[in-house]
Design a protein around this ligand. Structure first.
Ligand SMILES: Cc1ncc(COP(=O)(O)O)c(C=O)c1O
Length: 315
């Protein structure tokens, strides 16, 4: 029978040589209430994530036998699922047990990133209404070998035309899987040949990038947009606290693009990439065009805290 995909088997998994890190070729993934080989790690076509991007998620990192900020991530997952009125959410103890079991099955105690997803679960028929969800949520623990993803020597950004969500539309305090405006911004970055895109809020102030929070250092002050439109990132909070401990004046306020173009240093923050120096935005060189001293200092402090401060793995 002719298929629309000209014979491509879209149910096949990628082979080891197609993967960015071949160590992930045989990983075990937690789906629902069990561990399965990645080839079999699938959700139903009736799942709410397929039907409407109706899911919440967290990205976590494993450093030297510890998960950094585990409870902070589970607090945010719980807040997101409560706001979206999910029913049948697993307990914190059950989620932690699934995370630990997944890491143990894969022998991961370091250099691993966990994509933790909770979907509203399978629907009894296709459609939008959460009333069709009769089985409770579906938990996915996808742990992969993954080093921080951005070039440690620095990244380049452009400003996207698409705006970040505001509480007027979709509150960015919900860490949900409706990522299309961020994906549209990332397409703009890809087309421009840069690493990521700055997203503005509905008033034209800088919000964050498509995947990270953003900071400016101006005359020794550590500044970041307040979390009206951006995700209140966990790395963002850790970095603000580190800055205060270092005695730096810190501020959360409206910041325009001009203030970023003329900053002494700019860097982005996120669990996936830690702190990433920004060398250029929209073709404007930032500061001296190399990794700034405060960025380097805060990045070192962040790494030290990540290595020493996470929840210990029980295996
Ligand atoms: C849009 C966006 N901003 C910022 C972040 C960084 O958040 P965190 O520091 O909690 O990883 C993320 C991470 O998921 C994100 O998706």
């Amino acid at each position: 029978m002719r298929t629309l995909n000209a014979g491509k088997d879209l149910m096949r998994d990628y082979t080891a040589d197609e993967l960015p890190d071949p160590r992930n070729a045989d990983i075990q993934v937690w789906v629902g209430d069990q561990l399965v080989h990645r080839h079999d790690a699938k959700v139903s076509v009736f799942d709410s994530s397929v039907q409407g991007g109706d899911a919440v998620w967290e990205g976590l990192r494993v450093y030297d036998g510890r998960i950094f900020q585990l409870d902070a991530h589970l607090d945010r997952l719980s807040a997101s699922s409560h706001t979206l009125a999910f029913q049948g959410v697993p307990s914190r103890a059950a989620i932690k047990a699934a995370i630990f079991a997944t890491l143990e099955a894969n022998g991961m105690r370091d250099q691993a990133h966990i994509r933790l997803t909770l979907t509203r679960g399978p629907k009894v028929t296709s459609g939008m209404s959460p009333a069709f969800n009769r089985m409770g949520t579906c938990l996915i623990v996808l742990a992969e070998w993954k080093m921080p993803v951005y070039d440690t020597g620095g990244i380049r950004l452009i400003t996207a035309s698409v705006r970040r969500n505001s509480p007027q539309t979709l509150d960015s305090k919900i860490h949900h899987n409706n990522l299309l405006n961020n994906i549209l911004a990332k397409i703009e970055a890809n087309v421009a040949g840069v690493d990521d895109a700055v997203m503005l809020d509905l008033n034209g102030f800088v919000s964050e990038t498509n995947a990270t929070n953003i900071f400016a250092v101006r005359r020794g002050e550590l500044l970041t947009p307040h979390a009206d439109s951006c995700l209140p990132g966990i790395t963002r909070r850790v970095v603000l606290n580190l800055g205060r401990k270092e005695g730096l004046p810190t501020g959360e306020r409206n910041l325009s693009l001009a203030e970023f173009y003329t900053a002494d240093e700019v860097f982005t923050t996120g669990t996936m990439g830690e702190l990433s120096p920004v060398l250029e935005i929209d073709g404007r060189r930032i500061g001296g065009g190399s990794v700034g001293p405060l960025t380097a200092r805060l990045r070192d402090l962040y790494r030290q805290q990540a290595l020493n401060d996470g929840e210990r793995l029980p295996f």
